[in-house]
Write a protein that binds this ligand. Sequence first.
Ligand SMILES: Cc1cc2nc3c(=O)[nH]c(=O)nc-3n(C[C@H](O)[C@H](O)[C@H](O)COP(=O)(O)O)c2cc1C
Length: 340
Amino acid sequence: MDLKTMRATAKEKMKGTCRVCPICNGRACAGEVPGMGGTGTGEAFTENVRALANIKLNMRVVHDALQPDTTVEMFGQSLKTPIMGAPITSSAVNAGGAITELEMVTALVKGSQLAGSLGWIGDPANPSMYEDGLAAIRTAGQGIAIIKPRIDQQEILALFKLAEAAGAVALGVDLDGAGLVTMALKGQPVGPKTEDQLKELIASTSLPFIVKGIMTADEAVKCVSAGATAIVVSNHGGRVLDHTPGAADVLPEIVKAVKGKITILADGGVRSGADVLKLLALGADGVLIGRPLIVAAYGGGTEGVQTLMEKYTAELRAAMILTGCKSLKDINHEVLFKGK
Ligand SMILES: Cc1cc2nc3c(=O)[nH]c(=O)nc-3n(C[C@H](O)[C@H](O)[C@H](O)COP(=O)(O)O)c2cc1C
């Protein structure tokens, strides 16, 4: 699929909710939540992009890294790429609704799977949309379900059971959704969780458990002691709390605290294979991509998402060649330029 056509189609279909900017950095859509932007000033979204742009790479070309290997084992699955499709919900409210919720999430999850990766689904206030996500997991035969941190633990457990039955390979909560008033307005209040409450959720499932939305080292340590399999270092694409730093800026401290004890994923502002390389060099084991995949889903459906994921993976491979990394394990701080 031709990416130029895909972007032009998306721009038309998204009816101004997304300007499909040359650089997707949250400036044109600042404050547009609901919508595609970041909350408030929009700076938390922009900061994700800026944090990555501030990192420079050491180019290395005297070596034999000819055909880098981008494969990785993740949640018991053999993936072709460490790049996954982030959980995205509410097509109508956020992106104009020219494609239905089911069409959007199916494109995201199935497209990710066809690219040799995993697509994640989310849990919005409208229960029928969670059903759409589960249907997408069934279609792809795999996926990951992330549930809102509902105050009622039993509600979360019930949604976990549905995900298990649909064929999810891992489960979790987006704890950074703890302050979403939209959920409360629709009668489904959410809130933060204690370590004990996390332990209760973790004990309820035999699937790997993920905590999405960790931005400090002390909370990453709590996730380790609660027994989580993975964390996602994420400010929810800048959509929940204004004035948060970029994920790439907080990642090093978190890596220092928990590397090797838990799988570390990160997202926010990833717009190329080189960005993926940067997060892996900082210590992430994998990354998630949000908005660009929404554009791909609107512009090209399942094929659009697959094409974009494959493009990012090809870019990652090219960046590995030019930094001298034969496999993902070889990507470390040595590829990062330390300054003048
Ligand atoms: C329109 C939209 C809807 C989202 N819905 C969810 C959701 O339901 N659950 C969730 O955990 N994260 C959700 N996110 C956050 C993404 O999973 C991801 O953390 C973020 O988009 C990554 O940043 P990026 O878009 O800059 O790549 C959403 C993001 C956007 C833009």
